[in-house]
Write a protein that binds this ligand. Structure first.
Ligand code: BTN
Length: 340
């Protein structure tokens, strides 16, 4: 049977309707009776919902004659606040927001196995067993960063997974550039960089039937509001958050809504093939490896050469010293210090 974790959103809740109204009228007032009318409840019942929202971290101005006005939003993941700000909503989309989970990718896989309709997204404030690529752990404290997985059932061949991850990474770069006014880059195949440090990582996992992908989980860890001093060990030098670079904390739930909207749209473009129209432009804009001398570690073997581009499947083309070009579908890339 389909398990509904706490936080599953299906019908708009009263809190969702109230937030939607307040956000739509921001910075103006919305009267209690107007909210009551929308919900079909009394002003007293509205007041009780406002109390619940206050407990979740919202701050409102309230005046008897004018109603309510939104002054501050919670910085932790909030289901109705994300949902009320979603501008893209494919048919059947559902959202799960949990405080803690082992891994959002694993939760998404469990939900897929239980038959949940796609697309859906799982957002967590904290992961107890967050996973990165190549069997690594992904540091997943409740520190203002995002842990999210979006699940799909695409009808595409497994060979297209590489291009899918790159396409998603490029879309995220453009979204972050616009949203946070930063200059991100994509380091093949799945690292989002900011100022040469890692601001995010993608872990795409698929279950494959014969020659088709059965279902696919797109997992993203994005450092949004963490502070450098709080990272353990060497992470403080290799990782960075959007807030550190942009100089101020970001509106977490607004960013998550924008990001989910972009991921859902990018998926549609990938599934219907229209992504090919803009892939190359975005790649030229955000690829950080172009023409660089790199070392690529793949299955315990080191390959050194100059990056010569991508093939149609998203494999990296590497030219060695004698001028031979090899293709790599996976690997860990280090940019050489002497690179031009
Ligand atoms: C990497 O760069 O190695 C990929 C990191 C991916 C981390 C995210 S956090 C949300 C989702 N759940 C996981 O367990 N991993 C991904």
């Amino acid at each position: 049977m389909l398990r509904r974790p706490r936080g599953f959103f299906s019908m708009p809740t009263p809190e969702h309707v109230i937030l939607h109204e307040l956000l739509a009228h921001e910075p103006n007032w919305v009267s209690g009776s107007e909210l009551g009318k929308k919900l079909g409840v009394s002003r007293v019942a509205v007041w009780l919902h406002m109390k619940k929202l206050r407990e979740a971290g919202f701050v409102f101005a309230a005046q008897r004659a004018r109603g309510y006005r939104l002054l501050a939003r919670p910085s932790r993941p909030h289901l109705s606040l994300i949902d009320a700000q979603l501008k893209v909503r494919p048919r059947g989309f559902s959202l799960v927001v949990v405080d803690e989970v082992d891994s959002t990718n694993d939760e998404a896989a469990r939900q897929l196995a239980a038959g949940r309709a796609t697309p859906f997204a799982v957002v967590a404030r904290r992961q107890t067993a967050g996973r990165g690529r190549l069997g690594r752990a992904w540091h997943s404290e409740a520190n203002g960063n995002l842990y999210v997985s979006v699940a799909f059932r695409p009808r595409v061949a497994p060979e297209r997974m590489g291009a899918f991850t790159l396409w998603m990474g490029l879309n995220l770069c453009e979204l972050l550039a616009n949203f946070a006014k930063v200059t991100p880059g994509l380091k093949w195949p799945n690292d989002l960089l900011l100022d040469g440090r890692k601001v995010g990582g993608i872990l795409t996992e698929a279950r494959v039937d014969a020659d088709q992908i059965r279902d696919l989980v797109f997992g993203l860890g994005l450092n949004i509001n963490s502070v450098a001093e709080a990272w353990p060990g060497s992470l403080g030098r290799s990782a960075v958050s959007l807030a550190e670079v942009s100089g101020a904390p970001l509106d977490f739930n607004r960013l998550v809504a924008a990001l989910l909207g972009r991921v859902l749209l990018a998926y549609e473009n990938f599934a219907d093939g229209t992504y090919t129209k803009t892939f190359a432009d975005l790649w030229h804009r955000f690829d950080v490896l172009r023409g660089k001398r790199i070392t690529l570690l793949e299955g315990g073997r080191r390959h050194t050469g100059t990056v010569a581009g991508l093939d149609d499947e998203g494999a990296l083309l590497l030219r060695d010293a004698p001028g031979r070009t090899a293709r790599f579908h996976a690997g860990e890339v280090t940019i050489e210090k002497s690179a031009s």
